[in-house]
Design a protein around this ligand. Structure first.
Ligand SMILES: Nc1ncnc2c1ncn2[C@@H]1O[C@H](COP(=O)(O)OP(=O)(O)OP(=O)(O)O)[C@@H](O)[C@H]1O
Length: 875
């Protein structure tokens, strides 16, 4: 549906010259359009959705077109590559929410417009249809360079402290999710806050460190990036979150006798945080706006820990360079069909599991969905028709759902039995969970459909919501009202006949009610019983006793009627709200099934394999790929590489790999791909490899690249050292450590020494599974000293006038760095290159590096040297 821009004729349009030219189709710059212009400038990737009658169409922005199958296809502005698509064929307006929330979930700003005039009239007059923006939905805040930051969410959190330990409770205002947990350290707590990105955190005054840390703009080791700009926190000294008071509040709120069923009975800090949050919600009246789900508890130690740097370096939800969704892991694997599924996938990817059983249940389900294409496709087809049940139920529970929300909810609930019966063909755990749809949900769906009309109006108090035959009183009132309406309809003809005024009209407006309108030239024919109501330039408006009487009757009856309709609607809504907990349980199962169908689809199309998960320390990846780089390259271009890590009694695998290779050969890519494969396996996904056997990791650490942190005034080297210190202080033998270029931010010898000792410490003291990418070829010597260290290199082929990157990781250390060669290819002047070669020869001649070169003897897996182990650059 291509867009054709018209030439601006309205002077108002001059104001929008900076905006996208497509705005020219608006005929008037309303305040909302002005807002659109601002949004468009702020959010270059905003999509614009137009509502046209019962359907909405999408007008493409820079990056969006509509494909032949009528899907909304979003493509990257820079690369022109597709980044996602949404089916758009004849979507009824109540489906708008589903699509918009899905797009917002995926990181787009969405502008929704309503058509404000009849398209056929506009077409006849050769004009564009007038549209007005009704809603602008933005997913997050803007970065300095105009890109979208990840969506800002609706989390509200409360924290309590006792010694080293913390209680953390949070609620998602849009879904009513209400959760509590405990953290054993400040690091654990802040990691969780970073994952949640709450828009508000309540902090007690006795946690000054956290208070300082959360101050906007403040950065620290634990919170290296402050939470979003909109983030604010309240110091609630008045909320002592006392245990007994907190318990009382929770019991009262959920009308239960004990905390046992909520899993937090023994976790006093979690209870106090939850109680404090409840108190805050009550005090600030926010409680009325949230339909809280029953409190549940989770344990932070059930999940693989991904610290802030690792989330950033592995580009899990957004890319490092641009901070955008496109190019992230989530982008590569998100094939969810529902907004709930999208949210669940995000949770899963940020909280990979530690339990083999839990991971196995997800893998089993994916395997079944991979093997049974028809089952997966049938499920996905139905899932696409399901709206955001979680949020719609939340709105029903808090009394903010519109009639359209309820109809959308009913449509979705009505699909669940069919979904369950398709799932019944499966045997895996998550499909079984989908089979239990409580009958009450179907009853609710039927009830909503029986009560509400198919296309209810937006405004609840304007009537027209409830079907006939539902309430005798309503039917009676409608009957009376229609008799009066008929009387009014006949009045014009009656009065024309009585007065002989052929152009007499009966009209209505909100300020003056019903009136009889007579043109000025005919006023001498007005009967005596007419009383004047209003004088206009060319007409006089009158009323009669009878008309006044009818008017009062009609207006009162209409008000009563609308009120009764609203009451009936509110009753249905609150009935839905009463069953919110049951609906949410089912919606969680739907979201999980959606995630798994999506992951299965990715596994099928990208040829992923099911990893074997073990309790061992083994990391064995055969022909692994980087999920994002592979997807971004043409098929067959990515060179797969294997990885073997984790020394064990019987097996001679290394704990530490020293990875060398020229610039741009693929070291970082390899490093990240090993991390991503481990993470994907533990979140329950299949992995981009031919085969994989993976021991569970407790943490993944990464240290990639050297970036100055100007905001905190930390130098490249200090940032690097802080991050390295954090790794050395927290890594365990179960951890996976990925280090890229440690020691590059300082003088060569200092850097080399530090790189050496860090690698040695990791291999001998911690024995964490580590890949250490470096340009210091001297580190290859470590492999001859330590049994659990191996050298690998990324290979290149040298041709007379160029280097060909083979991107192949092979055993052995690289003996050449090709740095000067890279400089030559980059266009450094020949004289500079020649001089560099000369200088290098000199350095090589005069400096002999003797790092543990002396003959050593093996003892306890370590080679012991006769003399000093480290003699660097000794002549
Ligand atoms: N296995 C691979 N198959 C195909 N292309 C690859 C592979 N690995 C990396 N590449 C390509 O090579 C580019 C450079 O890779 P990468 O950044 O990992 O190199 P590097 O060795 O870490 O470089 P530097 O030392 O300069 O940081 C990547 O952007 C990617 O497009």
């Amino acid at each position: 549906m291509p867009y054709t821009a018209s030439t601006p004729t309205d002077p108002n349009q001059a104001n929008i010259r900076n905006a996208d030219h497509r705005l020219l189709e608006f005929t008037k710059l309303t305040p909302m359009m002005q807002r659109y212009v601002e949004v468009k400038e702020q959010y270059p990737h905003a999509l614009l959705l137009f509502r046209v009658g019962d359907f909405f169409e999408c007008f493409f922005q820079d990056a969006v077109t509509i494909s032949r199958e009528l899907e909304l296809v979003c493509t990257s502005k820079e690369s022109g590559k597709e980044i996602g698509r949404v089916p758009m064929t004849g979507v009824p307006h109540h489906a708008l929410d589903r699509y918009t929330s899905m797009l917002v979930e995926k990181g787009y700003a969405v502008v929704v417009c309503d058509q404000v005039e009849d398209a056929s009239i506009a077409a006849k007059e050769g004009r564009q249809v007038k549209r007005e923006i009704t809603r602008i939905l933005t997913p997050g805040t803007l970065t300095d360079d105009g890109m979208l930051k990840p969506r800002q969410n609706n989390f509200l959190a409360a924290v309590v402290i006792a010694g080293e330990h913390w209680g953390l409770a949070y609620t998602d205002i849009s879904t009513g999710e209400f959760v509590t947990t405990q953290a054993d350290s400040l690091e654990q707590l802040t990691l969780e806050l970073l994952r949640l990105q709450p828009s508000e955190v309540l902090v007690p005054t006795n946690a000054p460190d956290l208070v300082t840390m959360l101050r906007p703009g403040e950065k620290s080791e634990h919170l290296p990036e402050c939470l979003p700009n909109s983030f604010c926190y309240s110091l609630r000294s008045q909320i002592p979150f006392s245990l007994s008071e907190a318990k009382q509040r929770i019991l009262q709120k959920f009308k239960v006798r004990s905390l046992e069923g909520m899993g937090c009975a023994h976790l006093s800090l979690a209870v106090r945080a939850a109680g404090g949050l409840l108190q805050y919600l009550e005090e600030t009246q926010k409680e009325k706006a949230v339909s809280l789900q029953r409190l549940h508890t989770y344990t932070l130690t059930d999940f693989l820990i991904l610290d802030y740097q690792t989330r950033r370096n592995l580009e899990i939800t957004q890319t490092v360079r641009d901070g955008v969704f496109h190019g992230s892991l989530l982008w590569a694997i998100d094939k969810t069909s529902t907004a709930m599924g999208g949210r669940a996938l995000r949770r899963w990817v940020l909280q990979p599991l530690l339990s083999i059983k839990g991971i196995g249940a997800r893998h089993d389900t994916i395997q079944e969905l991979v093997e049974n294409n028809a089952l997966r496709q049938d499920l996905q087809q139905l899932l696409r028709q399901i709206y955001d049940i979680e949020r719609l139920t939340g709105r029903a529970g808090s009394g903010t759902a519109s009639a359209r929300d309820l109809v959308a909810l009913a449509d979705s609930l009505g699909k669940l039995p069919a979904l369950a019966s398709i799932a019944a063909q499966g045997i895996s755990p998550y499909l079984k969970a989908l089979q239990n749809v409580p009958p009450i949900l179907e009853e609710l769906s039927t009830k909503i459909h029986a009560h509400l009309v198919d296309e209810p109006p937006i405004h609840l108090k304007e009537g027209g919501l409830i079907r006939s035959g539902i309430n005798p009183m309503l039917d009676e009132m409608r009957h009376t009202a229609s008799a009066d309406q008929e009387w009014i309809a006949n009045l014009e003809a009656t009065e024309r006949k009585r007065t002989g005024i052929s152009n007499l009209k009966v009209g209505y407006n909100k300020a003056f009610g019903y009136y009889i309108s007579i043109t000025k030239s005919k006023v001498d024919q007005v009967p005596r019983d007419y009383t004047r109501k209003q004088t206009l330039t060319n007409e006089e408006r009158y009323s009669t006793e009878e008309l006044k009487e009818r008017e009062v009757r009609i207006l009162t009856a209409r008000e009563d009627l609308n009120q009764l309709e609203y009451d009936i609607f509110a009753q249905v809504r609150s009935e839905v709200g009463e069953h919110a907990e049951i609906i949410r349980n089912v919606s969680r199962a739907v979201a999980a099934a959606d995630v798994l169908c999506g992951l299965a689809e990715v596994a099928v199309y990208q040829n992923y394999c099911r990893p074997t998960m073990t309790e061992s320390r083994e990391i064995k990846i055969i022909e692994g790929c980087h999920p994002v780089v592979e997807k971004s390259l043409p098929p067959g271009f990515f060179v797969p590489n294997s990885a073997f890590l984790g020394r064990e009694e019987s097996l001679n695998r290394p704990d530490l790999i020293i990875l060398t290779g020229p610039n741009a050969s693929g070291k970082s890519c390899y490093l990240r791909q090993v991390g991503l494969i481990q993470l994907m396996a533990q979140m329950g996904s299949f992995v981009p490899a031919k085969a994989a056997s993976l021991g569970i990791c407790d943490r993944i650490f990464t240290r990639v690249g050297a970036v100055d942190d100007l905001a905190t005034g930390q130098s490249t080297f200090m940032v690097e050292m802080n991050e390295t210190a954090n790794i050395l202080n927290h890594a365990t033998p179960q951890s996976l450590v990925l280090l890229d270029e440690i020691g590059r931010g300082t003088a060569t010898f200092d850097g080399l020494s530090i790189a050496w000792s860090v690698a040695e410490y990791l291999a001998t003291e911690i024995r964490a599974r580590t890949i250490f990418a470096t340009h210091y070829h001297e580190l290859n010597e470590l492999a001859s000293i330590l049994d659990n260290v191996a050298n690998y290199q990324v290979t290149v082929k040298e041709l007379p006038d160029q280097i060909v990157f083979l991107h192949q990781v092979q055993p052995g250390g690289a003996d050449k760095s090709y740095g000067i060669e890279a400089g030559r290819l980059a266009g450094l002047p020949p004289s500079v290159i020649d001089r560099a070669r000369q200088v290098m020869k000199q350095i090589e001649k005069h400096s002999k590096i003797a790092i543990g070169l002396r003959k050593g003897v093996k003892k306890n897996g370590k080679k012991e040297c006769e003399g000093e182990q480290l003699d660097i650059f000794e002549d």
